[in-house]
Design a protein around this ligand. Structure first.
Ligand code: LFR
Length: 503
């Protein structure tokens, strides 16, 4: 019936995926994939970790061009990770490179911001968990910079790419909810927060109007991508989707009803529930939950759990040290020969945030908490897997506690859904069945919203999810019923709680 192109950029790689809607199914095909690594760039007084924004755009164009060469495209949707942005001057030119959220320019900034606005008030108004990389802290870290002074507009990364494709500058609301500047109740910029910040007026003038997902922004500019056309020969429209990758991933969750928890498992694991209202209580704030906005007026109530990031950097380290490619499947198999739950770390510990060699940092955490060192690769991998499953258990339980909801299944979407052993451990740790897949849930969610935006699908999220579920193979993992295993997970979860207490 129709073909659509999803541009899905992650912090490690990007891809363009085409979806074709036929007989209630969305058949997907990856047409382009590329690496996305930030690069250190010199800047007056230091070095900044930056994204190669124009190169990313070139890759997006190349992918869309391939997609268009294979047939008409009815819509293009773009999603990326959250919080990062480009600043444009009045002529639409970047005033500075796009800085990565992994850059440490924001170290210590939140506490300075809390001198202007009480953290409890900031949470009550925005529902955003404090992470040093939130857009608001990035902006306030560059107060007084020439890049900011010369800027006329701020565009979050997916909006920037959509602007370069269509010439239309808007801020899509699901990603805007990662900025720390959005009111999740009114789904508008928070005047109260902007009024409270010294730099509020300077920031406010950079913000562009908000759009909900599913809005047609405008046709792709023929001079940018002449080959992209619909079946009727018009230039393909660029539409807003859940432009925050997690928002699209949650659309791609193949759930029926609402009694589910989700884990969107990529570089980060985003663990939580889909709600109709934000939870802005002090207890929720103390427990590090964030209220991000979802498609169709929903709220993604979740916690960021790090883990694959840590594992990926361990693997990169071993590759560097040995000069040999590491086989993840073999590493996982060895790891799961090790005794379970022998070592537990808090994967969200600040010391694991930076890129670079990881194993020494993991062992430093183990030593600091009085646990035996992880001496082999298998022990390191097992430590990460067990700690990850425990963090999932903690997040699912806490989300249910704060929302008063119960769930009967955990859906794992994203690359981590292919990790059979982690899925099994997640089922055992949470005590709930895990349904794993699709691995490209984000692109699927993006494509479903594209199809609906141009009128090829109708209905609410349930309908979109039914089409999504019919389009992919899913695997179900039942939790263990073994009393000893359940008791071991319970005991280990108390250990994790003691490691994270007071952080
Ligand atoms: C996942 C993600 C998370 C966000 C982090 C940084 O890709 O978008 O949701 O907290 O990246 O933007």
């Amino acid at each position: 019936m129709g073909r659509y192109a999803a541009v899905d950029l992650g912090a490690g790689s990007g891809r363009v995926i085409v979806g074709e809607l036929t007989e209630g199914c969305l058949l997907t095909c990856e047409v382009h994939r590329f690496r996305n690594d930030p690069v250190p760039l010199p800047e007056a007084g230091g070095v900044r970790l930056c994204w190669k924004a124009t190169e990313l755009f070139a890759q997006v164009r190349a992918g869309l061009s391939k997609a268009a060469a294979q047939g008409p495209l009815e819509a293009i949707g773009i999603d990326t990770w959250g919080v990062d942005y480009g600043l444009l001057d009045v002529d639409g030119v970047l005033t500075a490179p796009v800085v990565s959220y992994r850059d440490r320019r924001t170290a210590g900034v939140p506490s300075r911001v809390f001198e202007q606005i009480d953290p409890a008030v900031l949470y009550a108004r925005t529902g955003t968990q404090v992470q040093e990389f939130n857009t608001v802290f990035q902006l306030l870290s560059s107060t007084g910079s020439r890049a900011l002074a010369r800027a006329d507009r701020l565009l979050l990364l997916p909006d920037l790419l959509a602007y370069w494709l269509s010439g239309v500058a808007r801020t899509e609301v699901t990603n805007a909810s990662t900025t720390g500047l959005l009111d999740p109740v009114g789904r508008q910029w928070s005047d109260e927060v902007l009024d409270a910040l010294d730099q509020g007026p300077a920031i406010r003038r950079l913000l562009t109007p908000l759009s909900e997902p599913g809005t047609v922004l405008g046709p792709v500019l023929p001079r940018i991508l002449p080959e992209a056309a619909t079946a009727s020969g018009a230039p393909t429209p660029v539409v807003t989707v859940g432009s925050h990758d997690t928002a699209s991933a949650v659309v791609g969750v193949p759930a029926g009803g609402d009694a589910f928890a989700f884990i969107s498992s990529g570089t980060w694991s985003l663990v939580g529930l889909e709600l109709s209202e934000p939870i802005l209580t002090e207890a929720s704030r103390a427990d590090n939950f964030t209220n991000e906005l979802g498609v169709d007026g929903t709220v993604r109530y979740l916690r960021n759990v790090s883990g694959m990031w840590t594992l990926n950097h361990c693997i990169a380290q071993w590759q560097d040290e040995t000069g040999q490619l590491q086989d993840l499947t073999a590493l996982l198999a060895e790891a799961f020969e090790e005794p379970p739950l022998a070592r537990i770390v808090d994967l969200n510990d600040d010391t694991l945030l930076d890129p670079g060699p990881m194993t020494e940092r993991i062992n430093a955490l183990l030593e600091f908490t009085g646990q035996p060192a992880a001496r082999t690769r298998a022990q390191v991998v097992r430590t990460i897997m067990d700690s990850l499953a425990l963090a999932y258990r903690a997040a699912v339980r806490a989300a249910c506690r704060h929302s008063g909801r119960t769930v009967d299944v955990v859906h794992v979407v994203g690359g981590g859904s292919r990790n059979i052993r982690l899925c099994r451990a997640t089922a055992d740790a949470t005590g709930l069945p895990v349904v794993a897949g699709p691995a490209e849930g984000t692109a699927l969610g993006n494509l479903l919203v594209c199809a609906r935006a141009v009128g090829d699908l109708s209905g609410g999220l349930d309908r979109l999810r039914a089409v999504g579920a019919a389009s992919c193979a899913l695997t179900r993992y039942e939790p263990t019923h073994c009393p000893e295993a359940l008791a071991a997970w319970r005991a280990a979860s108390q250990t994790l709680e003691s490691l994270t207490q007071g952080k």
